[in-house]
Design a protein around this ligand. Structure first.
Ligand code: GDP
Length: 704
């Protein structure tokens, strides 16, 4: 073989695709994004044969066109027609994985099944899969592998190379006779416009009335014939056409499983099930989750991460970089203002943000481990139970988990939610979660005002979740969101030992994005903030207290007085946070003209009370997100009115929460201001009213 060919790697999420991709391609990888979406696009050359390009496709459960992942996978297979597919299956979840395999086989492309997680299957000893029989029945090559333990990778590679040398398509699965005759009649109708190898795929999609094949140019007569065929089949089966196909696939899988899967012990419980009995237990699940999150924040913000951050703050940006820059600039006889811009503005500003990098990396290390080992899937499951009780969809929790990294992909991932009203609500609520940028504010406030209290940082996580739940309960009672939630079905993957490769890759991607942002948006913001805080309206260099920024800040500052931080420094920090939340920290640093982290923290402690600091944290945690996330919201809502509704709602909620928390703390300390306390009581009253007022609950959808 001497011509290049492409092999697509497809499978369900968590089936081990990434692990196998890394094994097959080694370091010859290219990572980018699929056009128009933030879904990662990875390709690489096969280690043993560089003529074979492995194209990793996003993990999906089906080839319908609901989510961006499904659209990408399906378009690639149908339009780009790779030479063959390696379908990675999690052998411990064979039934669900085979459902996807059947859809891949329907595309008419040559396929190899890589039955992964062989080691787990052997260890669990629940069933054994007769791969020879499976291969015979499906008429496709099947190779059992363990990507994690690097077992049987060579036979798989040999099979891939053999297939490329002698490309060959495989017969597709044959379903119920009545369905088959309907499909063959549709195939006859479209035979003149579709190539032979894709006839089956298009016939099924037309039968399912899938909108994504609407581009086919059918004549009126062809369309009528096809409609008649579908109507007849629906009457015959007494079911919708798409359900007929789903049932046919599951019947087929059942037959295959009956013949190829040998159950060794139907009643024994796996280790995973035993752990789940505790971890997803109705009473213990939440306390365990709270404890786990406490450990995560304790490690990242209180202990290990802080050691790194202290070094970056005190040694790198507190001593080495500013002193070296100072020496160089003095040597070059640079003017005073430029020296101040570089040292006080740029180095100090960016340094105050980059100082949090070790803490953020530690946090993502912990979160990736939890995700990779399967714990986060359990949390989505537990949250679903709680969300459903309040008539919310558990599907909303997945975008929220993603938003703990960054709100933008979190908002985009709401596309997997079918119900429009649930989707809109999730877009509106998902940025309440603390993203990595907000983590800088969390770490600053907890480290400055509450260094001894390890519970302060994790409370921000819990406040976010409570706000999501509270808002969900309230919004569901309004006319805008009164649709019942859609059912959410999820399967829990068995627990895995996290893989070092996956975890470090995920931490690196996030750290890289954080550093890139510091070098671009934060850099530009620091320059702008420095100018505005060092010049007056006549463009003369002045003290910060006579600057443009101060004048602007002073006009808006009274709005934040009831929240405990009604001065111009914090006010402009909140506004700069709209550009990027890290700006809250760098702006405070620049406007206070701090020379080191220690002096910055001590100025903050002298200026604000601890609870004012906490109120600042809560406000920035919950208020309108940064412009990038607002842009993503606009794109997903598709209209400006909804975007405005969301931004105003978030900001009002943030204001009411910060106000209530600060004023209650003031009452406890005996500092009562009648106006502010009245305002806070109104806010608390409104929030309680919104949550507890009774409205007729929308009808639950039937689960079947
Ligand atoms: P993807 O979502 O399909 O890309 O799956 P990943 O490659 O990220 O794998 C999901 C999890 O399964 C990770 O924790 C892997 O370490 C683990 N994993 C992958 N292959 C195997 C395997 O063969 N055996 C076991 N026990 N775990 C595996």
């Amino acid at each position: 073989m001497n011509k290049q060919c492409t092999v697509a790697l497809a499978g369900n999420p968590n089936s081990g695709k990434t692990t196998l991709f890394n094994l097959l391609t080694g370091s010859h990888q290219h990572i980018g994004n699929w056009p128009g979406v933030t879904v990662e696009k990875k390709s690489g050359r096969l280690k043993n044969n560089p003529d074979i390009i492995i194209q990793d496709l996003p993990g999906t459960y089906s080839l319908s066109a609901y989510s961006p992942e499904e659209v990408i996978t399906r378009n690639f297979l149908i339009n780009d027609k790779p030479e063959q597919i390696i379908n990675v299956l999690d052998a411990t979840n064979i039934e669900r994985n085979l459902y996807f395999s059947l859809q891949l086989m329907e595309t008419g492309l040559p396929i190899i099944l890589a039955l992964n997680m062989l080691d787990l299957l052997v260890k669990q000893r629940q069933y054994r899969i007769d791969t020879k029989k499976l291969s015979y029945l499906l008429n496709v090559p099947v190779v059992s592998i363990s990507a994690l333990k690097k077992k049987n990778i060579n036979p798989l590679t040999r099979q891939v190379i053999a297939n490329t040398d002698q490309p060959k398509t495989y017969p597709h699965p044959v379903y119920d006779k009545r369905l088959e005759s309907a499909l063959s009649m549709i195939e006859e109708q479209i035979a003149n416009i579709i190539e032979a190898d894709q006839l089956r795929w298009y016939a099924i999609k037309l039968f399912e009335r899938d909108e994504a094949v609407g581009h086919l140019k059918l004549t009126a007569q062809q369309q009528t014939e096809i409609d008649n065929i579908i109507d007849t089949a629906e009457k015959l089966f007494n079911d919708d056409s798409d359900s007929i196909v789903v049932n046919a696939r599951y019947d087929y899988i059942e037959r295959i499983i009956n013949m190829c899967v040998v159950r060794t012990s139907d009643f024994s419980m796996s280790m995973s099930d035993r752990v789940d009995m505790v971890v997803t237990n109705r009473i213990l699940a939440l306390p365990i989750f709270i404890f786990v999150m406490w450990i995560v924040y304790f490690l990242s913000i209180q202990t290990i991460g802080t050691i790194g951050s202290d070094w970056v703050n005190d040694v790198l940006f507190g001593d080495f970089i500013p002193n070296s820059a100072n020496a160089i600039l003095t040597y070059l006889h640079v003017s005073v203002w430029l020296k101040s811009l570089i040292i006080d503005g740029i180095i100090n500003g960016i340094g105050s943000v980059l100082g949090f990098l070790p803490q953020i990396m530690m946090l993502f290390l912990c979160l990736s481990i939890l995700e990779d080992c399967g714990y986060m899937a359990r949390i989505a499951f537990v949250m679903d139970r709680i969300f459903h009780r309040f008539n919310l969809s558990g599907k909303s929790f997945i975008p929220m988990l993603i938003s703990t990294g960054c709100g933008v992909p979190g908002i985009m991932s709401t596309r997997t939610i079918e119900s429009k009203s649930d989707r809109r609500m999730t877009i509106m609520l998902t940025t309440f979660m603390p993203c990595s940028a907000k983590l800088t504010v969390i770490a600053l406030v907890s480290g400055t005002f509450f260094p001894e209290n390890s519970w302060v940082a994790p409370t921000s996580y819990f406040i976010s979740i409570l706000t999501v739940v509270g808002s969900g309960i309230f919004l569901k009672k309004t006319k805008l969101f009164s649709e019942p939630p859609t059912p959410f079905v999820m399967e829990l993957p068995a627990y895995h030992l996290p893989s070092i490769g996956n975890v470090s890759h995920s931490v690196w991607i996030k750290a890289h994005a954080f550093i890139k942002k510091a070098g671009t948006i934060i850099f530009a913001s620091c320059v702008a903030i420095w100018f505005l805080s060092n010049f007056n309206f006549q463009f003369q260099m002045v003290e910060q207290n006579d600057s443009i920024l101060r004048d602007i800040g002073m006009v808006i500052a009274p709005i934040f007085a009831p929240l405990g931080f009604g001065d111009w420094h914090a006010t402009v920090a909140v506004i700069a946070g709209l550009i990027a939340k890290e700006n809250c920290v760098s702006t405070l640093n620049i406007t206070f003209g701090s020379s080191s982290t220690a002096s910055f923290m001590s100025t903050l402690r002298q200026t604000y009370s601890p609870m004012a600091g906490y109120s600042f944290l809560v406000f920035n945690l919950l208020c309108a997100p940064c412009f990038a996330a607002i842009g993503a919201m606009y794109k997903e809502f598709g209209d400006a009115l909804w975007t405005w509704r969301a931004v105003i709602y978030q900001t009002v909620v943030a204001y009411m929460c910060a106000l209530s928390i600060f004023q209650v703390s003031e009452i406890i300390q005996g500092n009562v201001s009648v106006y502010f306390v009245t305002l806070s009581f109104i806010a608390i009253g409104l929030m309680l009213y919104g949550i507890f007022i009774k409205r007729e609950r929308p009808q639950q959808l039937e689960l079947y």
